[in-house]
Design a protein around this ligand. Structure first.
Ligand code: AMP
Length: 178
C-alpha cells in the first residue's frame, strides 16, 4: 500500500488536462513522474510490493503500461510480455477485440511467451472503463495462463472499471484513485 506521502507527491506531480483528447475527458498526464527518478523508483517499489511472490509473469499494455510494467517485472525477477495494439507484432500471435465508445479496438500478444498455468500480473498506467484490461486478461486466459492480479497507477473509480474485472477473481490494486 502506498504511503500517504507517496500519494501526496504523485497527486502533486500528475497533471490533469481538461477536455483532452476530446471534450469531456479529464486526461491524466503521468509524464512528469519521469522527471523525478526517485519518485519513479518509489512507485515501482510500491507496485512491485503488491505482486511480490504472487505472480510468475507480468503483461504490460501498450504503451504506457510498459513504462512501469517492465520495471515491475525486473524488480520481481519474472518475465515481461508485451500486449500490443493491432498490426505491430510479427506472427505467431493471438488477438482480442473489444468495444470502445465509438467503434472497436484490437490488442495482440505473442503466443509461446506465456506458459500454461503461469500466474500473471496485468499492468496498465490507468484503469478507465476497464475494456482494455478485460481484453488483455482474455488474451492471457486464452493461452492457459491465469490473470491473477491487475495493477494500475491510477483508477478513475467513477467509471467502475473494476466491475468488468471481477469475473477473473484476481486481486486489483491502484496506487491512486480519482
Ligand atoms: P479503458 O479501456 O477505458 O479502461 O481505458 C484505459 C486506457 O486508456 C489506458 O491505457 C489509459 O492509458 C487510457 N486512458 C483512458 N482514459 C484516460 C484518461 N482520462 N487519462 C489518461 N489516459 C486514459
Amino acid at each position: 500500500m502506498a504511503s500517504a506521502e507517496l500519494i501526496r507527491k504523485l497527486e502533486a506531480t500528475i497533471e490533469n488536462i481538461p477536455d483532452f483528447p476530446i471534450p469531456g475527458i479529464q486526461f491524466k498526464d503521468i509524464c512528469p513522474i519521469f522527471l523525478q527518478p526517485k519518485l519513479y523508483e518509489e512507485v515501482i517499489a510500491d507496485l512491485a510490493d503488491f505482486s511480490r511472490g504472487k505472480v510468475d509473469a507480468v503483461c504490460g499494455i501498450e504503451s504506457r503500461g510498459y513504462l512501469f510494467g517492465i520495471a515491475i517485472a525486473v524488480a520481481l525477477d519474472v518475465p515481461f510480455v508485451l500486449i500490443r495494439k493491432a498490426g505491430k507484432l510479427p506472427p505467431p500471435f493471438i488477438s482480442e477485440s473489444y468495444d470502445l465508445e465509438y467503434g472497436s479496438a484490437t490488442i495482440e500478444m505473442k503466443t509461446g511467451h506465456l506458459q500454461e498455468g503461469q500466474r500473471v500480473l496485468i499492468h496498465d498506467d490507468l484503469l478507465a472503463t476497464g475494456g482494455t484490461t478485460e481484453a488483455a486478461a482474455k488474451l492471457v486466459a486464452k493461452q492457459g495462463a491465469i490473470p491473477k492480479q491487475f495493477s494500475f497507477l491510477i483508477d478513475l473509480k467513477d467509471l467502475n472499471g473494476q466491475d468488468r474485472l471481477k469475473k477473473f477473481d484476481a486481486d486489483i490494486y491502484a496506487v491512486l484513485k480519482y
